[in-house]
Design a protein around this ligand. Structure first.
Ligand SMILES: C[S@@+](CC[C@H](N)C(=O)[O-])C[C@H]1O[C@@H](n2cnc3c(N)ncnc32)[C@H](O)[C@@H]1O
Length: 424
């Protein structure tokens, strides 16, 4: 696992270590969830960080005290058949240690003030209202509460114990680093979350998420207990990874959306990371998975957009089947019906033609003859367009599918590609 951002790597390392060192599985799972997602944690979670995780990291920091800040140092912790290898620069090891401590002067009240100055900012009111437009009334209540208290818990759960600012979020006493709309729901499969039982509180969306993550983490911890497994975590620019990892050694690589133009771009991503895949004679299924989040917006022309928004375009006609426009047509661009209509467009539109044009212009088919990597004709691991409607309007469940995608704030413009190696 790699990320160039120390916050990401440090939190990943801490959560894996909790899974390794806390013997009581229920305790480990709940602590991971709180450290992962809640702005405040319980004393017992804080004690795990201080008493079980801190000594592991402190030990390494002491050993490398005399090294220069840029010196690259690795440490492997082994727990029976399981291990974690962490490779960081000395300065990052020191930063990791600071993730265990609540910044001096940061009280519970100050932590709330600093966070809500972001999550409840007056200047974001309109943005929040637009998001709430797509939520059911009960979800609006839950979402407002999450912005207010920052705790991922079932709605009815007691909150008294959560009195310690989560030090993996608060690195200073006066700043909250995340965006106001950062929401744990965004990282999970909306349908699976909604279908997860939550007892009598059937509309408790964060409760469902909490129980869902508990179940996923339980599977993860149980699976690790009968597996010989080793994690390796790095904090480097992805373009540096080929220098640190064995070429031809991976059966699967997933790179998030660094294939987008604003990051490494698709050409560098495939050329740099593709060679890490096993060769086809060893594993014909070895796959590099790349995600585009921005490619449609970057390649759609004004002409395409105008054509797509005319009253008779296939997108508009399809959209009207899900969002029939009742009453007088409005010229007010702030009319909620119009805002909803415009935001919903990307879910029903078909962007194949934009993507095909990009593939052609970027000459992606030349990868194969030039460097021996080809896009799979059909994805076999992840859906190519995961947030596209699967049902036709009018089919049973079609409206629910549309409403679910819309309330999740997802964009129908995300595209996953799967790449295989075609030569040795
Ligand atoms: C590509 S970013 C995009 C963010 C995410 N997809 C979202 O919607 O907010 C995902 C992760 O990749 C990391 N990242 C971006 N470029 C990178 C690079 N060149 N090398 C390593 N990590 C990178 C970022 O730090 C971030 O944690």
């Amino acid at each position: 696992m790699n990320d160039r951002d120390i916050d990401i790597v440090a939190r990943n390392a801490i959560m894996i270590l909790i899974a390794f060192v806390v013997d009581d599985i229920d305790k480990a799972i709940d602590s991971i969830i709180h450290v992962w997602y809640s702005a405040l944690i319980r004393e017992s979670d804080f004690n795990i960080l201080q008493q079980l995780i801190r000594p592991l990291i402190e030990d390494t920091c002491c050993k490398i005290r005399s090294k220069g800040p840029q010196a690259l140092l690795s440490k492997t912790w082994t727990f029976g058949e399981r291990s974690l290898r962490l490779v960081l620069e000395k300065s990052a090891w020191d930063k990791l240690l600071s993730f265990m401590d609540i910044p001096a002067g940061l009280t519970l009240q100050q932590a709330d003030r600093v966070r809500t100055a972001v999550t409840l900012a007056e200047s974001r009111k309109d943005y929040i209202d637009r998001h709430m437009l797509f939520q059911s009334p009960s979800h609006r209540v839950a979402m407002k509460r999450f912005r207010k208290d920052g705790l991922l818990l079932p709605f009815g759960a007691l909150r008294d114990e959560f009195r310690f600012p989560n030090p993996t979020f608060f690195q200073t006493a006066d700043s909250w680093q995340m965006k106001d709309n950062a929401d744990p729901l965004n990282g999970w499969h909306a349908k699976e979350v909604r279908e997860h039982p939550s007892g009598l509180a059937t509309a408790d969306i964060y409760g469902k998420l909490f129980y869902h993550i508990r179940a996923v983490l339980r599977d993860f911890v149980n699976r690790m207990s009968d597996l010989s497994v080793s994690f390796q975590l790095f904090q480097v620019d992805a373009s540096d990874l080929p220098n640190r990892l064995k070429h031809g050694s991976f059966s699967r690589i997933e790179v998030s959306n660094i294939a987008d133009g604003g990051y490494l771009g698709i050409h560098r991503t495939v050329a740099l990371l593709g060679p890490l895949l096993q060769s086809p004679s060893i594993n014909p299924h070895a796959t590099l998975i790349t995600l585009f989040m921005n490619v449609v917006d970057e390649n759609i022309s004004d002409q395409d957009q105008i054509a797509d928004t005319t009253p008779l375009s296939p997108t508009t006609k399809r959209l009207l089947k899900y969002l029939p426009f009742h009453g007088m047509p409005s010229k007010n661009i702030y009319d909620p019906r119009i805002i909803k209509f415009n935001l919903a467009r990307s879910i029903v539109a078909n962007y194949d033609y934009i993507f095909d044009r990009f593939v052609k212009n970027a000459e992606l088919s030349k990868f194969e003859p030039l460097i021996g990597f080809a896009m799979k004709e059909k994805n076999t691991i992840v859906e190519k367009w995961p947030f596209r409607l699967k049902l036709q309007p009018g089919q049973p469940g079609a409206q629910e599918e549309f409403d679910r995608l819309l309330s999740g704030g997802v964009s129908g413009k995300e595209i996953y590609l799967e790449w295989k190696r075609t030569r040795m």
